[in-house]
Every structure is written in structure tokens, then in C-alpha cells.
Design a protein around this ligand. Structure first.
Ligand code: TMP
Length: 395
């Protein structure tokens, strides 16, 4: 594969095998035509970037059927409220704000009362329509140079561009950063949060890797990538969301002093070899061990006569189920709160997705927590569940 940023050829260091679209919850009638791709990952040492070898076209994932709604998690709603307060440091009363991948408007809603200078870019109609209904100005298109060129009011005048769990979805980062360059005011700030490579390696949470996550960033990679476009990583703030994320603050070069946080984290990443392929090779071994361990656990539990279900039909679960080859012989059903997923089947392994009533009426001995990153919220909600919780990551 060629690195999407440097154009340089890199060889995959690991394959997760045949993978369907992570959010491609499917009806029985469509099983025969299900789309699969070979999920391999590689590492570009020039810019310390962990990336997918190949990925489906974004239009295949972000469309009218995209089923992930930010507002479905109370915890994430709270997180976005705090995030909105944090970014106010980079705003004045007239500032224009753009969010890339604004989903159902959960984040931008926090600004609507103060300013009308807000736009969200959200290509997935399913979620964009919810944002529009909440009066969040939303452009139902991908964020790219061609789609911003007529936004005269915003060109060179946007003080804040934000994104959350979106930049790792964008194949053409060159175009993305050039688009930011077109819009950002001279002292403007680009703030974004992404799942963090260091956390994924530590937790062996390989389920962070799926079609939508083309990249897994670190401070080292972000700093190197943005430098190529005359931008600077000026601060970083670790987050606990999504099992370990990083909030990156980027400005045009030379605008403010770079925080000591940046130097510290890049030093730590060097010590852990996160800027080199060695850490990836170690991760590969850890993934293989994790797969054997969880499969053995599920098979042993089944052989002892236990029933097992899954909790939350996450996009991450698609990687676990397909990589470990877990189907209805091991997991009876997966319960979820999202009406767009209920009644369908999990991508690739075709485990039925059911509503929460089914979970309460068909109590299993064990439950695999696929939304392990929402553990606190879920365990609190399900404190009356009598069975045991399991997962491939530590709970
Ligand atoms: P994601 O990990 O791909 O973002 O998806 C999260 C899924 O988890 C989404 O389908 C909603 C579901 N979910 C529940 O069913 N119950 C919950 O309590 C939470 C927090 C999420």
C-alpha cells in the first residue's frame, strides 16, 4: 500500500482477515451480497503513522443508513458539554465555528444560543437530519476543499474548527488539512479528539481498528503530519473517552508557544517506541494472544452449559467477532438501544441484534460487553443483572 500522506509504499505488518463494514448491520435478505474487504494494517515510520492498508470508500459507510448517534450515550453528551466549555478558550463573542463530522449536532448545540456563526459538516443523512431538526445548521456533505469553496463568510475567518473521532475517518488528509488552511483565521485553532495509539497498544483494544478508522494517531504522528503543512501541534490533553483518546490543539506555525505537554508526550512515545514499527510488531503478538484467550474462554463457558449474549452492537464488535470468528454458536444475541440496528444482524457473523427488553427477558449466564468503553455507564444501569460480564479487554 502507499501511505495516504507521503505517497510512500509501506508493507502491512498484520492482517485481521476478511472484514465487513463495521456499521453494516444487515437484513437476512442481503446476506448473500454482503461486502467484505481484507483488513490489513501498516506503519509509516517517516510520520509515525499507523494506518489501514485498504478501506472501503467513505460513501459506503457514511450515508443515509449510518446508525451511530452521538446522543445515544449520556456519558458522551456530558463529555461534549465539557468539550464545548473547553474550546470556549479559543473563541470570542463573534467567532465562527465549524465542526467536521457533526453527527446529530450534540456538540454544536452547545453554541447555538450564543452565536449563529456555526456550521456542521455531516455527510450521513441519518444523523444530519436529527441535527437539522434541533436547529443546528448542517451541510450534508463531506468536509473538503470543493464543498467549502462557496462559504465566503467562513474562508480565512473561522476561529475554531473542531472534530471528534472523525479525522481518523478521512482518507485524504492532505485535502482535509488544506481545507482547514482555507477556512482558519490567522490565529484560528483546530481542536480534535481521536482514539489514541498508545491506549490501544496498552489495552490491546484492537477492536478500535475497523473500516472507519483509517488511522490510529499519536502525538508524534500528528506533530509530523501537520508540520508538513506549516501547522504546529501546540498542546495535547489525554481523554478517557473511547477507551483512551487524545485531544490535539493545532495552530498555524509560530502563533503561540508550544506547551510542555507536547514535548513530554512525544518523549514518552519515543520511550515506548510508538514512533517505530517495533511497537506494532509487539501489538500484533498481543492481538494473537488475546484472540486465543477470549476464544478459549467462550468455548469453555459454552462447554460448561452457559449461555452468553453480547451487550451493545458497537462498530468495534465487528472486528472482534470477525477476527475471532465468533458466531451464534457462541453468542446467542446482541442487545442494543439503537432502533436502526434492532431486528438486523451483526455484520459478517450474523448474530441477531435485539432490543433491551429481549435482554431482560432472556437473561444469559454471561454477557460480553462490546461497549467496554462505556463500562461505568452500563454497569451502573444494569446493576441488577445477575450474570457475569466478560470482554477481551480488562473490565
Ligand atoms: P460505537 O461503539 O460504535 O460507538 O457504538 C455504540 C453502540 O452501543 C450504539 O449502538 C449504542 C450502544 N449502546 C447501548 O446499547 N447501550 C448503552 O448503554 C450505550 C452506552 C451504548
Amino acid at each position: 500500500m502507499n501511505c495516504k500522506i507521503t505517497g510512500k509504499k509501506i508493507n502491512p505488518f498484520m492482517s485481521f482477515g476478511k472484514m465487513p463494514i463495521a456499521n453494516g448491520f444487515i437484513e437476512k435478505k442481503d446476506f448473500r451480497d454482503e461486502f467484505f474487504f481484507n483488513m490489513e494494517v501498516g506503519f509509516n515510520e517517516d510520520i509515525s503513522l499507523f494506518q489501514l492498508n485498504d478501506h472501503p470508500k467513505p460513501e459506503k459507510m457514511f450515508n443515509k443508513d449510518y446508525p451511530f448517534f452521538t446522543g445515544s450515550s449520556e456519558y458522551m453528551k456530558k463529555h461534549f458539554k465539557e468539550y464545548a466549555n473547553f474550546v470556549k478558550n479559543y473563541l470570542n463573542s463573534n467567532s465562527k465555528i465549524i465542526e467536521i463530522g457533526s453527527n446529530d449536532g450534540t456538540f454544536l448545540k452547545n453554541f447555538i444560543t450564543q452565536t449563529n456563526n456555526v456550521i456542521g459538516f455531516e455527510p450521513s443523512e441519518s444523523v444530519a437530519n436529527v441535527a437539522k431538526k434541533s436547529n443546528v445548521p448542517t451541510i450534508t456533505k463531506f468536509f473538503n476543499k470543493s464543498n467549502v469553496k462557496d462559504l465566503n463568510k467562513y474562508l480565512g475567518q473561522t476561529d475554531l474548527i473542531c472534530a471528534s473521532n472523525v479525522i481518523c475517518h478521512v482518507p485524504n488528509l492532505n485535502d482535509l488539512i488544506e481545507t482547514i488552511d482555507l477556512l482558519l483565521s490567522s490565529n484560528g485553532t483546530f481542536v480534535f479528539e481521536e482514539p489514541y495509539l498508545g491506549s490501544m497498544f496498552e489495552k490491546i483494544s484492537y477492536d478500535q481498528i475497523y473500516d472507519e478508522h483509517i488511522y490510529m494517531f499519536s502525538a508524534s504522528s500528528i506533530s509530523k503530519i501537520f508540520k508538513r503543512f506549516d501547522f504546529e501541534l501546540v498542546d495535547v490533553f489525554p481523554q478517557i473517552t473511547h477507551g483512551g483518546s487524545m485531544r490535539y490543539i493545532v495552530k498555524r506555525k509560530g502563533k503561540i508557544n508550544i506547551s510542555s505537554n507536547v514535548e513530554k508526550i512525544i518523549e514518552t512515545e519515543k520511550k515506548k517506541d510508538l514512533d517505530k514499527i517495533n511497537s506494532c510488531l509487539n501489538f500484533k503478538k498481543n492481538c494473537e494472544n488475546s484472540k486465543s484467550k477470549i476464544l478459549k474462554k467462550l468455548i469453555d463457558l459454552k462447554n460448561l452449559g452457559n449461555s452468553i449474549c453480547g451487550y451493545a452492537a458497537t462498530s468495534k464488535s465487528t472486528t472482534i467477532l470477525n477476527y475471532c470468528n465468533i458466531d451464534t454458536q457462541l453468542i446467542d444475541y446482541i442487545c442494543d438501544t439503537t432502533k436502526e440496528k434492532i431486528g438486523k444482524f451483526s455484520p459478517g457473523m450474523h448474530i441477531p441484534i435485539v432490543d433491551m427488553k429481549h435482554f431482560y427477558n432472556n437473561v444469559t449466564d454471561y454477557v460480553y460487553l462490546f461497549a467496554w468503553n462505556h463500562k461505568e455507564e452500563i454497569l451502573k444501569k444494569e446493576k441488577d443483572y445477575k450474570g457475569k460480564w466478560i470482554s477481551h479487554v480488562e473490565l
